[in-house]
Design a protein around this ligand. Structure first.
Ligand code: PLP
Ligand code: COI
Length: 338
């Protein structure tokens, strides 16, 4: 495959195959392979009207040894089940999810970027209500699709510190809403504030808890962490997505002898962190240079203002090293596909 791998951004790109499976009359059918990117849908489908939609995001990496490694897809399978339960969709059995993901990666293996390019194959599983309903009730039919594309960094800066702004006039998720699920509605709700942040020159917006606006929730399409006194601190909140990257970084921090605190994090605590970052599959680890609270006229700065901090860098190198096979995988997070 002749692609300019190093200059890939995070964009849709056509690959050769996607896989699909339909849930009808209470059971899942056969996993089908398709090459077209579109599919016909009933105009009354519940995903179109009432947001019965969940998606996942995970990656496959090419190692120096030429092998393709897939990172923690069992965790994405579990999370998609939680999302399905949360908005009353048919759950994709773990075995089907894993089979579909592995199959679509192997079918498109030429698109897994070469080792050393910094790019990876992004895998996007999607579960939607495809049965028609006009009343607000769950669909009687669901379609599960997995498609893939090679991607570069989500934030154009890559592993370089970014500036973000606190969002005070918008919430992405309600206190007892669906923020902990990976469902489309949360992303629709976040678009205007992310656009606002971009227009003001920031990489993304930092959400606060919707009830009191006192605590940090998360950071655009990624979780937040702060580093201080050999401690990794990350928010606990019902309205943030439980990030698999964050969970992995907590383990790595512990294994590096750090303390890990998962608890409500008041906004003012930003002043105490030596380093801060956003983490997620797409964002990997994106170091944060400053967080600006425009309304309160406060700027929180981290590190030397130029480079990622030492702990953030070590976490980044360890995580990406495990993902591409440069480092030992003591936790069994990767699966070699070929
Ligand atoms: N938070 C939000 C809102 C996200 O969309 C994502 C991306 O999946 C994350 C956090 C990070 O989660 P993960 O590390 O599992 O990709
Ligand atoms: C991911 O990190 O995989 C995500 O799903 C974020 C996405 C909204 C771009």
């Amino acid at each position: 495959m002749d692609l300019d791998w190093k200059s890939l951004g995070f964009n849709i790109m056509k690959t050769d195959f996607n896989v699909r499976c339909v849930h009808r009359d209470g059971k899942w059918g056969e996993l089908e392979v398709h090459s077209e990117e579109t599919f016909p849908i009933h105009i009354g489908a519940t995903c179109l009207h009432y947001g019965q939609e969940s998606f996942e995001g995970l990656k496959a990496f090419r190692g120096a040894d030429g092998h393709i490694r897939i990172f923690r897809h069992d965790e994405n399978a579990r999370r998609m089940s939680q999302s399905a339960k949360g908005i009353l969709m048919a759950e994709v059995p773990q075995k089907l999810f894993i089979e579909a993901v592995e199959k679509v990666v192997l079918l498109n293996k030429e698109y897994v970027p070469p080792y050393g390019t910094g790019a990876s194959l992004y895998i996007r599983p999607l579960l939607i209500g495809t049965g028609p309903e006009v009343g607000v009730r769950p669909s009687r039919e669901y379609t599960f699709i997995v498609f893939v594309m090679p991607v570069g960094p989500y934030f154009k800066e890559g592993f370089k510190p970014v500036d973000i702004m606190i969002c005070r006039d918008h919430d992405r998720a309600a206190p007892l809403g669906t923020g902990h699920l990976k469902v489309g509605g949360n992303y629709a709700a976040s678009m205007s504030s992310i656009l606002d942040a971009h227009q003001k020159g920031y990489a993304t917006s930092l959400y606060l808890d919707a009830r009191e606006k006192k605590y940090i929730d998360e950071c655009g399409p990624a979780n937040f962490f702060g580093i201080r006194d050999n401690t990794y601190v990350t928010p606990e909140s019902h309205s943030i997505l439980p990030s698999i990257t964050n969970k992995s970084l907590q383990k790595l921090a512990e294994s590096m002898g750090m303390k890990v605190e998962i608890r409500p994090v008041p906004v003012e605590e930003l002043a105490n962190f030596d380093e801060a970052g956003a983490c997620g599959t797409a964002a990997v680890i994106t170091p944060i240079r400053k967080v600006v609270d425009i309304e309160k006229e406060i700027t929180y700065r981290f590190g030397d203002g130029e480079n990622p901090g030492p702990v953030t860098s070590k976490l980044y190198e360890t995580l990406t090293g495990i993902q591409n096979g440069d480092r030992k995988d003591p936790f069994g997070w990767t699966k070699i596909l070929e």
